[in-house]
Design a protein around this ligand. Sequence first.
Ligand code: ADP
Ligand code: MG
Ligand code: MG
Length: 457
Amino acid sequence: MVFKPNTGQDGDLQATCVPFTLFPSVVPYSVLEQAYHCQTDFNTLMYLVAQDDLFLEQSLRSVIKVDAFVRGLWDIYKKVREEGITQPVSLDLFRNDFMINMATERPIEKGLIPSLSSLQLKQIEFNTISASFAGLIGATSRLHKYTLNLARKSYASKQMPDNDPAYGMAVGLVKAWEIYAKPSAVILFLVSSVETNSIDQRHLEFKVHDLNPSIRVIRRTFLDIYSRAELTKDMTLVIDNTEVAIVYFRTGYSDESYPSDKEWKARLLMERSRAIKCPTVQSQLSGFKKVQQELARPGAVERFISDPAAVNRIRSTFAGLYTLDMGPEGDESVRLAITSPSQYVLKPQREGGGHNIYGNEIKILLEKIGSSSEREAYILMERIFPLTEKNYLIKSGVPFTLSDVVSELGIYGVYIGDGGKEVINTHCGHMLRTKLQGINEGGIVAGFAALDTPFVA
Ligand code: ADP
Ligand code: MG
Ligand code: MG
């Protein structure tokens, strides 16, 4: 359970234990069930969104104008679409993130134990690229069984369910490799040169190996692709004399991954190729928060999903989501946010934690940019006030005490599509991340949260 803190040094070998909680945190059975139950609905929804040019374009139009990163990806998508998609098969390894909202005002502060009916599962975001911690989270369940035992706490096996999402993801990678049907072709993990989370990624690589030792996994950076990869006449992706069956992106989700034109050119080359992408650029685009907000509009989910029960499972997890596009609707969102900033989160189109804006800073920013198109880079989201529990966060070099903590639950999903049709659609495990109450942001690599597991009660 280690990762490498970002020292900014290429090839730095220093590793440290990833932050974790001493004990599991309680998650009600009904809530965990609900999160699992809607995962395949969400997988289908997000796959179909990525296939719908018009919906993507309408949803992202305003953001594309003001956000160079989204525009860069959109331009690649446009080029690939115009040239003609060479690989109809796509692989998605998703993670759908939720918090458990307390519908009644802060019962714990009032000394009340929240009732089950006051707990609501609310989606925070849907990750379509580089969903992480599927590897390291497997070890956290084993660790927590051990610490519970040390503390002489007994539990039933269903309270501490086995959880190995990396296995399910590896099954997806292997299945996509089989569909590519070229035994000598490899799976390429696209990683950054200063990679903090390579050990999490290695778990996935080893599980691919366990499933089929003849599959070779190679790790390359954008600059490796830029300088040494090429497309053959039939758009096969080749690097270092090796054909690539699958490109699995563990980088490329933020503007920092593209410091120069070289990285953008490398991305375009991969997208044009007939390697199977995980994810495709259009799947990455569908994961932007702007799309999440547009999907919350009446009729939007229904455009993709006809089963009313599935629509209901999806919609019931939506928090309030508000556009900041120019026009009366966006003006109203600005007014709402300035009037009660503590009730909202302002979100730009970024991944990896540490980018959102909270509280009074929302007010300050919107008073500055609230009447200009700069606001279109953001969406406004209802703030979730999650269930508070007690736990210890263990972080290397930091003294620990029993603290008030809150958790975020992620469900992993695997989807393989072929030209609009479903080939595989499953969920394959969960992760829990826990942070001190009162800390706004979430990520583990970003330094805010610790790995945790649900104690199902
Ligand atoms: P990212 O793609 O950067 O992870 P998120 O939408 O997941 O962006 O936001 C980062 C973190 O901010 C989350 O892990 C969560 O802790 C917190 N957060 C996001 N949205 C909300 C919300 N609506 N209410 C409360 N906290 C939120
Ligand atoms: Mg994200
Ligand atoms: Mg997140």
